[in-house]
Design a protein around this ligand. Sequence first.
Ligand code: AMP
Ligand code: GLY
Length: 418
Amino acid sequence: MKVLVIGRGGREHAIVRQFSRSSAVERVYAAPGNDGMETEAELVAIDEMDFSALADFVEANEINFTFVGPEQPLAEGIVDFFHERNLLIFGPSKAAAQIEGSKAFAKELMKKYEIPTAAYETFTEAEPAIAFIRKHGAPIVIKADGLAAGKGVVVAMTEGEAIAAVTDMLEDAKFGSSGSKVVIEEFLAGEEFSFMSFVQDGGIYPMPISQDHKRAYDGDRGPNTGGMGAYSPVPQIPESVVSETFERIVQPAVEAMQKEGTPFNGILYAGIILTEDGPKVIEFNARFGDPETQVVLPRMASDFAEFIHAILGGGDYSLEWDERAILGVVVASEGYPGAVEKGHALPDLSELQGVEITHAGTKREKNGFVGNGGRVLLVSAAGTSIQDAQENVYKQLGRLQWNQFFFRSDIGWRAKQS
Ligand code: AMP
Ligand code: GLY
């Protein structure tokens, strides 16, 4: 088989690597990919958003199916475009991708189908939004409605912070058009986890759960980021809660999308908080999580390409998973999630032993890799437990000098406490 992966980040590197391990796969292409993928994929210099060039490439190279990593091409209808050209592609249609692209759409769906989530209200004007904040008090959560790369969320611990956030979004347009509408929601307290499932033609194949670390610094402090590290499984979340999440959230959401006439195919990512009243949804995404993919996908014991190919062809499949724990730590450029400088040299990555390196924002130069973005790479290791995996990763990270870069030193701390 020949497979095309669309995207260029760490998530896509993990997808590429998993396909490259498939005995059924003859070649993996990545468009546009990144330099760190070179040993596992053939890089194709076509932008994620150039749908017709991508479809032409797929036809010319007789690629069996395409797998889409990031949300933007999905939200802009790449799946519909490929279907019109009769090409196999794994992902949601433009209409179904709204479950991520529009928080208001997702919230209305959950309200209608009684899927547990935080209470909320949508606003386009600052004045009523501020009145609402004054009435409900803090802590309270402010979200820009559109896609904002995970950064359009402010968990405000004080009323002042909440008011500043809505003013930024609605009056100062800090998040561009994605912030012209805001969702203000009830603050949920509890343990967070990510529940991702493969969905095709109504069939749901859940993955093992994982936990991301959204804040930039140790102790879950600092600004929200795209994710600074992750691990799977999540021992402090009981199996009964995972089943309850499947039955009360994932399955009803897939059925709701069918009933609404926007059936969902692709990866349904449910971000969950386990509250005192049970699991509740913080967000749905229409794609794999980053960095969750890097710690979940390597746990797949079945052949990834055979699986996707089978379900795209209308077949059924029995998916198997590995017991091992995996923990991954993101190395970011200094300054992230704010502005960063590119081009700083990374240490010699070939020194690292017994770990997997997943590239996100790196570039290969004559003397090795340099940083080329905010999140640069992820270093992960397997272990018999989260603690074991954590020790394996940090031991290796500690062997090198990471000048101009930083990483959190406590990924997995919540699991270790339990
Ligand atoms: P999101 O981009 O919606 O995943 O939000 C980013 C992060 O903000 C989440 O991972 C949570 O840690 C936090 N968050 C979002 N919504 C809520 C909520 N209603 N209550 C508490 N924390 C939240
Ligand atoms: N790690 C969270 C996300 O991918 O949205």
